[in-house]
Design a protein around this ligand. Structure first.
Ligand code: TRP
Ligand code: ZN
Length: 881
């Protein structure tokens, strides 16, 4: 906890490190209360630096001894200022020996070395290594590590670190040791150790070049029945990277360790990935389809980092998207390839688009807006954002859209050829893409430097006599903090034209035949694209496959949207047309609800939904996506003044209308989409369950008794967690009399499964009937634990971020609760507190009455004298003009 004024760090102030580190030898005497860390560094002056002092970072450490080239340094030989230890007048080549103490069991921030359920775990990204030992803890210092671990054998039988195990043995007095060596130079943020009582599922796996690698998934005893999916996902990831990018596993051994106490999803430490249990443990009894998919994606993500992040890393933390945007893109493509079918891929893409719109667009429009490559930050942990990750992935995807798959692969090959073993910048990636393809991508740089979501306005004009269709595209980008004016972006706009029959028309521009989807390159504020030989007045399908992270505006009529919703060959745009139809109606209904008027839903819309629901030629997974209404937060995002209650009323009304008017079709769907027999997490079964459970949700939104009986029956007879939570959700949502009993039964059955109890908390936290008082009561439940991030997220964060009606209660009680919890959490775990503090980002968009309460809550937090830089940065940005 720092109390000094937070410092802003600027990208433009980058200077190279004064000393480079060749080798690091670490010795750990592991004791939860008092761990001794001996650190021996060989360093040499960096010729690229003008700075001559050695600079080491350290945080929450007790310095015991410091020796330079064998000589003990006294208090006058070095200075400690805040987190920096400086040694002046050091020679060219230096061996530094540093001995420090730390207290892992007191580490509730879960950064550095900490104790989780009696086990030692580390988390070093971004700046946690400095909480383990003094070090030039910055990603452009890459060194070779040797690690000696010593600990009590009974309590910590398993001792792991990066790389290869080179030695192990007994020490006497009940202690043992293990020595690990990582052959690859790495930045300190990729260091990891685990000393724990764990068991593993392991397997030898043959790599493309014939070598055998040992793969291990380590978990606590009792969880070996939940590791198989992670292991399969790991093997698929290794294969995929070999096949798609020619990238091989470069170690003889690759380990995954699961821990229940983790700030994020997972971490790509070299050869020793550490995961939140949420992204490892699964079997049909305890995990949902979404959990299974999440595990595959995250296992892939961390594995893919081995090349995009570890072998080629970031020069500084402003370049975070260099590894994160690229690796998210890679895990997205991996997930798509694992589904295989084109409609499955589309459903995967629709999910990505939904996340981007639901979470990233609001970030880009709020006080924390920042470019994919930020220019400044106070606390780097605050910049592990959807902008850096998901928008960053869209930016990478645009290279592929512009250059084609092969061109993109050429760019990747050149990137590794040039930069393997280096710490580089986003610009280096862009240069590799440009140079490998002989393209100028200078303007594309603006995707990295300008924040905000660009708006593309489209207008079409058909000339019957000339048989031309002219598409006028213009672009603008709203101002964001620190960036009032923007320059035009280089935007790939994928376009198709539909004829009256619903089929794609062939496209020709300037005599060039472009097939049925053309990628137009919008680079100026305004441009015209003229399609020739257009036989009839078309309906444009714009931004196919969501070809750029922009807001697309076009004055579609209802008839045009219905046409696209029925026929567009691009499944993403087909879905999109449905979303536009729903959104228009939801916004009108919200207005009517706010004015206390009578709500009604037109037949045209209901018929369009009926047509999709009953179209058996469509993949069930796609139908589910197409029938899902935009969320309350997405509706809020479209409004100048947000009124959470009318939004909720409008959406509930629409759900009930669909449920009632399509009752028979929904019931038939519910019955026809069952997945009897053994559970399988393949895409087709997942799609069927999703559609079936959506049908149940719609039926449950009506007052019909029959739906609740179905939900109860499904709840009791479910053979997998997907069906069980869907049924429980339907009961809770409908506020059914059977809901409380079902919740109790659910708790009793899964009491020993922490991840399922997280679901139990989250379902209650997001129920529209759960108010602040109820959340407070749940916080007193013996299973609630303020120190466990998963628990906090499932109860407190779910309530604040995903229960809009209650969080925005008219008396401001939700906001007061928020302030209280942010302050309480900040004393324990600033990263988790800071994430929660983002729930107030968009406070200026609400009604004046709500705004007043929100401001008060923000000021209460900002007024704390003891506050982490993490939370301080978020709340002060929210309050500033
Ligand atoms: N590099 C990790 C990933 O995206 C992110 C991460 C894991 C992280 N743990 C963290 C970031 C703690 C900041 C703090 O794969
Ligand atoms: Zn990552």
């Amino acid at each position: 906890m720092r109390t000094d004024t937070p410092q802003t760090i600027y990208r433009k102030d980058y200077t190279p490190p004064s000393y480079l580190v060749d080798t690091v030898e670490l010795g750990f005497d592991l004791d939860p209360a008092r761990t001794i860390v001996a650190n021996r560094l060989t360093m040499r002056r960096n010729p690229a630096s003008a700075q001559r002092e050695i600079e080491l970072y350290g945080e929450e450490l007790e310095l015991v001894a410091l020796r330079l080239n064998g000589k003990t340094l006294g208090k006058r030989d070095y200075r400690i200022e805040g987190n920096l230890l400086r040694i002046a007048h050091a020679p060219e080549e230096v061996t530094l020996e540093i001995e420090t103490l730390c207290a892992p069991e007191k580490n509730t921030a879960l950064s550095g070395l900490y104790v989780s359920n009696g086990n030692f775990i580390t988390q070093c990204e971004a700046e946690g290594f400095r909480r383990i030992t003094y070090f030039p803890d910055r990603p452009d210092v890459m060194a070779r590590y040797t690690v000696m671990l010593r600990a009590d054998k009974e309590r910590f039988p398993v001792l792991l670190s990066n790389g290869n195990l080179v030695e192990e043995g007994e020490l006497g007095d009940g202690r043992h040791y293990a020595k690990w060596e990582d052959p690859f130079p790495k930045p300190s943020y990729l260091f990891a150790l685990v000393a724990a009582k764990l068991v593993c599922q392991e397997e030898k796996f043959q790599l493309a070049d014939g070598r055998e690698a040992l793969l291990q998934v380590w978990v606590e005893e009792g969880n070996l029945d939940k590791t198989d999916h992670a292991m399969q996902s790991l093997k698929r990831s290794i294969r995929w990277d070999e096949e798609r990018y020619g990238l091989e596993l470069d170690l003889d051994r690759f380990m995954i360790v699961a821990t229940g106490d983790f700030n994020m999803g997972a971490m790509e430490n070299k050869g020793l990935n550490i995961f939140n249990t949420k992204y490892v443990l699964a079997n049909p009894r305890v995990a949902t389809d979404v959990d299974f998919q999440g595990i595959e994606a995250v296992v892939g993500h961390e594995y893919f980092h081995n090349w995009t992040g570890n072998r080629v890393t970031c020069r500084d933390w402003f370049q975070l998207s260099l590894k994160e945007g690229l690796t998210v893109f890679r895990d997205q493509e991996f997930s798509g390839d694992m589904i295989g079918t084109s409609s499955g891929r589309a459903v995967n893409r629709i999910d990505q688009v939904r996340t981007l719109r639901q979470v990233q667009f609001p970030e880009d429009a709020g006080p924390m807006a920042h470019p994919v490559r930020p220019d400044s930050f106070v606390e780097i942990n605050n910049f592990y954002t959807v902008t850096v990750y998901e928008k960053g992935a869209e930016v990478v995807r645009m290279y592929q859209t512009l250059l084609g798959r092969e061109g993109f692969r050429k760019g990747m090959d050149l990137y590794f050829e040039r930069h393997d073993g280096q710490a580089v910048e986003c610009d280096d990636f862009r240069s590799a893409m440009a140079d490998a393809n002989g393209r100028n991508l200078d303007q594309f740089e603006r995707w990295y430097s300008q924040s905000g979501t660009p708006v593309v306005q489209a207008e079409g004009r058909y000339d019957e006599s000339a048989r031309t269709y002219t598409l006028k595209l213009s672009q603008s980008c709203p101002p964001t903090p620190g960036q009032p004016d923007k320059l035009p972006f280089h935007i790939p706009v994928a376009v198709g034209l539909l004829g009256a029959s619903g089929r794609d028309l062939p496209l020709t521009i300037d005599g060039k035949e472009l097939g049925t989807t053309a990628v137009l390159e919008l680079t100026e504020s305004e441009q015209n694209f003229v399609f020739s030989g257009v036989a009839e007045s078309p309906t444009p399908s714009l931004l196919r496959d969501f070809s750029a992270p922009v807001v697309l505006k076009y004055g579609y009529s209802d008839a045009e949207l219905l046409h696209l919703f029925s026929h567009d060959s691009d499944p993403v745009n087909r879905w999109e047309a449905g979303q536009r139809l729903s959104m228009e109606r939801l916004l009108k209904l919200t207005e009517v609800a706010a004015a206390g008027g009578e709500l009604s839903l037109d037949d045209t819309f209901v018929e369009a939904m009926r047509k999709i629901l009953t179209d058996d030629t469509l993949d069930p997974a796609f139908r589910e996506q197409a029938l899902l209404l935009p969320s309350e937060s997405m509706i809020a995002d479209q409004m100048d003044v947000v009124q959470p209650l009318p939004i909720h009323t409008a959406r509930q009304f629409m759900r009930a209308e669909i449920g009632a008017r399509l009752h028979n079709e929904l019931l038939a769907t519910y019955r026809s989409q069952q997945t009897p027999g053994e559970y399988s997490a393949d895409a087709e079964s997942i799609g069927r369950r999703a559609l079936k459970n959506l049908a149940l949700a719609y039926l449950g939104a009506t007052p019909a008794e029959q739906a609740l009986a179905l939900a109860q029956e499904q709840f009791s007879n479910a053979t997998n967690m997907t069906d069980r939570v869907a049924a429980l959700g339907a009961l809770i949502h409908a506020n059914a009399p059977a809901a409380p009993d079902a919740l109790n039964r659910f708790y009793d059955e899964f009491e020993d499964e922490a991840l399922v109890i997280d679901k139990w908390f989250a379902m209650q936290a997001t129920a529209a009937t759960t108010d602040v008082a109820k959340v407070r009561k749940l916080m007193k439940h013996p299973a609630f634990n303020m120190r466990n991030p998963n628990r906090v997220r499932s109860l407190i964060s779910s309530f604040c971020a995903a229960n809009p009606v209650q969080f925005h209660a008219a008396d401001g009680s939700g906001y007061a609760f928020w302030a209280e919890q942010v302050i309480a959490l900040d004393a324990l775990n600033p990263q988790i507190a800071s994430r929660l503090s983002r729930a107030m980002d968009r406070w200026r968009r609400y009604t004046p009455e709500l705004q007043a309460y929100m401001k008060q809550a923000l000021e209460k937090v900002a007024g704390q004298t003891k506050l982490s830089n993490d939370v301080r940065e978020v709340v002060s940005k929210a309050l500033s003009n």
